[in-house]
Design a protein around this ligand. Structure first.
Ligand code: PEP
Ligand code: MG
Length: 596
């Protein structure tokens, strides 16, 4: 029952990382695929059981063949994993239980197997022994193979593919993305996810086009299909006609020309026409991105996300690894500074061993600074690494997900302890290193006056601030239409944060994705912010708009915005305002009533 081949079919999702690419589809189905759940008739039961047993045999044959083909003795050492998988495929409980369910409940094989796997998974989860508990992942690996075979999907081997592929997945964790050999990856498309999900952010940093939240990608696409994806508009064409491919390629050429044009702004100062200077910095997660930071004209690193150091491994990064990474960062960006955010695990970014599966609501769970304060050894290793590296350049420390003053105090107390230890051991570090708090939880945003007594700077994280203030899961494509950066509540919150910070004379920057949208950047400027950090690729276009604008007019614009009660009215008003001032770069909103 292969998925019917789609010809010249268009699907729409959320453009997560710009760029247009054409490539063959490569299915990654480590996460759950959409399984058809069908009731069957009594006379279909026999055939369904046979289909299931045939697929079990097919799966065994595939594994046996893979095992046989391993010639490298080093790789052969790991072949026992395949034996474990073969054992699971021979497990009578797995087979018999599924067959019984097909017979008794009269459901299709996919549904029956899913029920069996669920049962076995629960049994594995309850096992005390860690090694055996770990076998759950093998169970899922094997069942994914059976499901793929039942669905008639092809098992492509990424290393065998000539040219680049478009990865098609239900979902991808940052760890999945990084495990791939990125030189073969032209683009990503996923069923779920939003513009600020971590994978979207990561693909933007890597410059790999991506479309997320497509909902039906894994059910419509077959491995090997030709795909054209537009990471800007969110459009994906499956097996397009030659004419359609050409029109995408034509757009790609136009975008490239525009990008070259816009890159001219990278080296110019970010200054408005009435002389207000704005500091534009970059958000990155790998030291390798520094080259791009420089070509795009950033003045330092406003946010260095450190989660990647912890991903794709069983152990934790050592103090030495932290130190070496941050030292390279400090040296390569010097004389500019880099703000290192301590581990922001949880929510959309999780480590395998501290998996979100244990929490009902990971976005509000033991994450970020809460996790660091609890797991002090992990936290201290990172802080020691940062402090030691601070002797080699200009570093700052940023605490994520601060919800109140006590957390800042606890984090600072641990930092002081680490500093004392280093001083005692006569290890150099910057004793005056600045400490900042992310403002991304509503409770922090309304207590900036209190927090300002504890920190040297603030950084507003709108990706999470919008999520928590509007109760909109930033990774959920079903509510992405409600993820509104110009919601009156968000504008009021940002205004309040900026006013309180200014009153306390504490610098406040913004490092959420919002700053990377030119129109939003002007609003943020009008709200009183003049330090923005964003993905480096966005810097030239933001510089361009800032250089075309006047600070005074952005202030008046913001005043006007506070008169509107809804985000859509504000959005439309801003669009018209931009189109009137910069007609070559923006088009009018089609609702007449919100005219500027
Ligand atoms: C934010 O929340 O706005 C932010 C910059 O951090 P992250 O996207 O890593 O959560
Ligand atoms: Mg955040």
């Amino acid at each position: 029952m292969a998925v019917q081949q789609q010809i010249n079919k268009f699907i729409h999702g959320i453009g997560a990382s710009p760029g247009i690419v054409i490539g063959k589809a490569y299915m990654v189905e480590r996460f759950k695929v959409r399984l058809p759940q069908k009731r069957i008739l009594s006379e279909q039961v026999k055939g369904e059981v046979e289909r299931f047993l045939k697929v079990i045999q097919q799966s065994r044959d595939q594994l046996a063949e893979i095992k046989e083909k391993i010639l490298d003795p080093e790789v052969r050492k790991h072949a026992f994993i395949l034996d474990v998988h073969l054992m699971i495929l021979n497990d009578q409980m797995l087979i018999q239980d599924t067959v019984d369910t097909i017979r008794k409940k009269k459901v299709n094989a996919e549904w029956a197997l899913d029920l069996t796997v669920e049962k076995l998974d629960a049994a594995f989860k309850a096992i005390e022994d860690e090694y055996l508990r770990e076998r759950r992942s093998d169970l899922h690996y094997v069942s994914a193979r059976i499901f793929r075979n039942l669905l008639g999907k092809k098992h492509d081997d990424i290393t065998k593919i000539k040219g680049k592929v478009v990865i098609v997945a239900h979902d991808l964790s940052p760890a999945d993305t990084l495990q791939m050999n990125l030189k073969y990856v032209a683009g990503f498309i996923t069923d779920i996810g939003g513009k600020v999900s971590h994978t979207a952010i990561l693909s933007r940093s890597l410059g790999i086009p991506a479309v997320v939240g497509l909902e039906v990608a894994t059910s419509l696409v077959n491995g090997g299909d030709l795909l054209v994806i537009d990471g800007e508009t969110g459009e994906v064409a499956i097996n397009p006609t030659e004419e359609v491919s050409q029109s995408f390629l034509e757009r790609k050429r136009r975008v490239k020309t525009m990008e070259r044009e816009i890159l001219k702004y990278a080296s110019l100062p970010a200054e408005t026409r009435d002389g207000v200077r704005i500091r534009l910095q970059a958000n990155i997660e790998m030291v390798e991105e520094i080259a791009s930071v420089k070509t795009h004209g950033a003045e330092g690193i406003g946010l260095y996300r450190t989660e990647i150091l912890y991903l794709n491994r069983k152990d934790l990064p050592t103090e030495e690894e932290h130190y070496q990474t941050y030292r390279r960062l400090a040296e390569s960006i010097f004389p500019a500074s880099a703000t290192i955010r301590t581990l922001d695990i949880g929510g959309d970014k999780f480590l395998p061993d501290y998996s979100k599966s244990n929490e009902m609501n990971p976005a509000m769970g033991l994450r970020a600074i809460r996790f660091s304060i609890k797991e002090t050894d992990i936290f201290k290793a990172q802080l020691r690494g940062i402090l030691r590296a601070s002797a080699h350049g200009k570093l700052k420390i940023l605490f994520p997900m601060i919800s109140g003053i006590e957390e800042v105090r606890q984090a600072k107390a641990i930092l002081e302890e680490v500093k004392k230890g280093l001083a005692k051991a006569r290890i150099f570090f910057d004793r005056g290193i600045e400490i900042g708090a992310m403002i991304e939880i509503p409770s922090a945003s309304v207590t900036v006056d209190l927090l300002s007594k504890e920190v040297d700077f603030f950084s507003i994280g709108t990706n999470d601030l919008i999520q928590y203030a509007l109760a909109i899961d930033r990774t959920n494509e079903h509510v992405s239409y409600l993820y509104e950066p110009l919601h009156p509540a968000i504008l009021r919150i940002i205004r309040g944060v900026v006013q309180s910070a200014h009153q306390a004379r504490i610098p406040v920057a913004i490092c959420g994705e919002m700053a990377a949208e030119p129109a939003y950047a002007l609003i943020l400027l009008g709200l009183g912010l003049n330090e923005f950090s964003m993905n480096p690729v966005a810097i030239p276009k933001v510089k361009k708009i800032l250089r075309m604008a006047r600070f005074e007019e952005t202030r008046s614009l913001v005043e006007e915005l506070f008169q509107f009660p809804t985000a859509s009215e504000i959005e439309c008003y801003v669009q018209n305002w931009m189109a009137e001032r910069f007609p070559g770069d923006f088009i009018k909103c089609n609702t007449e009533k919100f005219k500027a």
